[in-house]
Design a protein around this ligand. Structure first.
Ligand code: GDP
Ligand code: ZN
Length: 461
C-alpha cells in the first residue's frame, strides 16, 4: 500500500515537558532529514534503524535554529504503523513544537487526521480492529482496571478468541461439505446433523461466555454508573463532593439549584464509579430545571447503582416515597443524611421502604458515615460476580452488539438443524455467524465504518 507521509504532535502520557512531532510514511526520514542538523554533519538518511540522535531543527529558508531536538529513527516494518517512523522530541514549549510541525509540513508531510497513525497500523496489518479500538480505550481509560481491560484487548486476547471461534465454524462448514460430497456412510445425514449441533452449540456457548463478561467489562471501562437521587436540599451535591473530595458540583442553600446532571469519576475502594448528581425527581414549573429533571429520569433508567438520599431532619414526604418507587428493582443504597440535626424522619418507615437495601446514616456536614457508605458500595460490587485477573472482558458496545447478532444467527443455525431444515440453509446461518464475528476484528467491515471509528481518536495517535 502506498500512503503519503503524515505528521502530528503526539505528546506522551504523563510527560508534560516533552512534546513529540511524529511522522510516518515513506518520506518520513527524508523529510525529517532535510530539516535536521546533527552533530558532525550526521545525516538521518544514513543512520541505523531504531536509533536516537541529538541535533537541531533548522528553518531551511533562514537557516535559523528552530529547536534543539532528539530524533528517533525507526524504519518499517518494525514500527507501530509498519512504515518508517520519525519522532522529533522537542524540549521547548508549545510554540516551538508547533514551529517544528509547521516546518515538517512545509517540507512535504501532511497533517495527520485524528487516529490516523493507529488507522495505518490497522490498514498495514500491524493490528486488527479490536486492537485499534483498544488503543482508543486506553487513551480514555479512567481507572487502572479499565486500563488493564484495554491492554488485554490491545494484546490481542479478544482477537485470538474470536479467531478461534471463526476457525471452528470454518472447519465445521468444511466438514459438512465433505460429508455431503463424499457420503461414506449410509447415515451421513444423521452424522452431519450431529456434528453441526455439537459445534454450533460450542460456538454458542463461547459467545454467551463472552457476552456474560460484557456487563462487567462495560463497568470496568466506563465505571459503575451511579446516580444520586433525592429531594432538593437533602445533600446530594454534598454527597457527590464528599465522594469526589473536590468541589465541582455547586453546593447551595437554595432548593433545586443543581440544574443539570453533573458527572464525576471516582475510585471507591477499587470500585470505579461514574457519579451522577441529578436535579431532584419532582414536577416543577421551572423550565430550566425541568430539562434537568427529564434528563435525570433518563439517567436513572441506565444506572447500575442508586444512592437514594433522605433528610434525617425532615419528615418523609410523598416525594420521597415516589423516589423509592422510581428505583424499584434496582441496586440501591439508602442514605439518611443530616444526622447532626434534630431527628424528624421516621426511621422505622424508612427501613420498611428500603426493604432489603442497605441503609446508611450520614452527616456529610460533619463527615460522619462516609466510610460506612464507601464500604457498602464496595461490598455490593465485590459481592457480585466480578472476577479479577486476566479474564477477557468485552467492554466495547460495538463488539457487544456484534456478539449479540452472532449469537442470534448461531441460534438460528441450531434450531434449523433441529427442525430438519436443509443443510445448505443451515450453512448460510453459519457463514453469517462467521462474518459477524469477523467484523469484530475488522475482517469484513465497510470502509465507512473504519473511517468513523478512527475519527473518534485523539490527534497524534
Ligand atoms: P442537594 O440539593 O440535595 O444537592 O443538597 P446540597 O448538597 O446542595 O445541600 C443542601 C444544603 O444542606 C447545603 O447547605 C448543605 O451544606 C447542607 N447539608 C448537606 N449535608 C448536610 C449535613 O449532613 N448536615 C447539615 N446540617 N447540613 C447539610
Ligand atoms: Zn445538589
Amino acid at each position: 500500500m502506498q500512503l503519503d507521509t503524515i505528521a502530528a504532535i503526539s505528546t506522551p502520557m504523563g510527560e508534560g515537558a516533552i512534546a513529540i512531532v511524529r511522522l510516518s510514511g515513506d518520506q518520513a526520514i527524508e523529510i525529517a532529514g532535510s530539516l535536521f542538523q546533527g552533530v558532525g554533519g550526521k545525516k538521518l538518511t544514513d543512520v541505523a534503524s531504531h536509533t536516537i540522535h541529538y541535533g537541531h531543527i533548522l528553518d531551511p529558508k533562514t537557516k535559523e535554529v528552530a529547536e534543539e531536538v532528539m530524533v528517533s529513527v525507526m524504519k518499517g516494518p518494525k514500527t507501530f504503523t509498519k512504515e518508517d517512523v520519525i519522532e522529533i522530541n522537542c524540549h521547548g514549549g508549545l510554540v516551538s513544537v508547533n514551529r517544528v510541525l509547521q516546518l515538517v509540513l512545509n517540507a512535504g508531510a501532511r497533517l495527520a487526521e485524528p487516529g490516523e497513525f493507529t488507522k495505518r497500523a490497522f490498514l498495514n496489518g500491524r493490528i486488527d480492529l479490536s486492537q485499534a479500538e483498544a488503543v482508543m480505550d486506553l487513551i480514555r481509560a479512567k481507572t487502572d482496571r479499565a486500563m488493564n481491560v484495554a491492554l488485554g484487548q490491545m494484546d490481542g486476547r479478544l482477537s485470538r478468541l474470536i479467531q478461534k471461534l471463526r476457525q471452528e465454524i470454518l472447519e465445521t462448514l468444511a466438514h459438512v461439505e465433505v460429508n455431503i460430497d463424499y457420503p461414506e456412510y449410509d447415515d451421513v445425514e444423521e452424522m452431519t446433523h450431529q456434528l453441526l449441533i455439537e459445534k454450533a452449540n460450542y460456538v454458542k456457548k463461547e459467545i454467551e461466555n463472552l457476552l456474560q463478561t460484557s456487563q462487567q467489562g462495560k463497568i470496568l471501562r466506563e465505571g459503575l454508573s451511579t446516580v444520586i437521587v433525592g429531594r432538593p436540599n437533602v445533600g446530594k451535591s454534598s454527597l457527590l463532593n464528599s465522594l469526589v473530595q473536590e468541589n465541582k458540583a455547586i453546593v447551595t442553600d437554595i432548593p433545586g439549584t443543581t440544574r443539570d446532571v453533573i458527572e464525576e469519576y471516582v475510585n471507591v475502594r477499587g470500585v470505579p464509579l461514574r457519579l451522577l448528581d441529578t436535579a431532584g425527581i419532582r414536577e416543577t414549573e421551572d423550565i430550566v430545571e425541568r430539562i434537568g429533571v427529564e434528563r435525570s429520569r433518563q439517567v436513572l433508567k441506565e444506572a447500575d447503582l442508586i444512592l437514594l438520599v433522605l433528610n434525617y431532619a425532615d419528615e418523609l414526604t410523598a416525594e420521597d416515597v415516589n423516589i423509592f418507587k422510581a428505583v424499584e428493582g434496582m441496586d440501591v443504597i439508602v442514605i439518611v443524611n443530616k444526622t447532626d440535626l434534630p431527628q424528624k424522619i421516621d426511621l422505622g418507615r424508612v427501613k420498611t421502604l428500603a426493604r432489603e437495601h442497605k441503609l446508611v446514616t450520614t452527616s456529610l456536614l460533619e463527615d460522619v458515615g462516609v466510610n460506612e457508605l464507601e464500604e457498602a458500595i464496595a461490598s455490593l460490587f465485590f459481592a457480585g460476580s466480578i472476577e479479577a485477573g486476566d479474564m477477557t472482558y468485552v467492554s466495547n458496545s460495538r463488539h457487544i452488539a456484534l456478539l449479540n447478532q452472532a449469537h442470534q444467527s448461531i441460534e438460528e443455525a441450531i434450531s434449523g438443524v433441529e427442525a430438519g431444515v436443509p443443510i445448505d440453509i443451515v450453512q448460510i446461518d453459519l457463514t453469517r455467524t462467521w462474518e459477524i464475528l469477523g467484523e469484530i476484528i475488522g475482517d469484513s467491515v465497510h470502509e465507512s465504518l473504519i473511517d468513523q471509528l478512527f475519527s473518534q481518536f485523539c490527534l497524534g495517535k
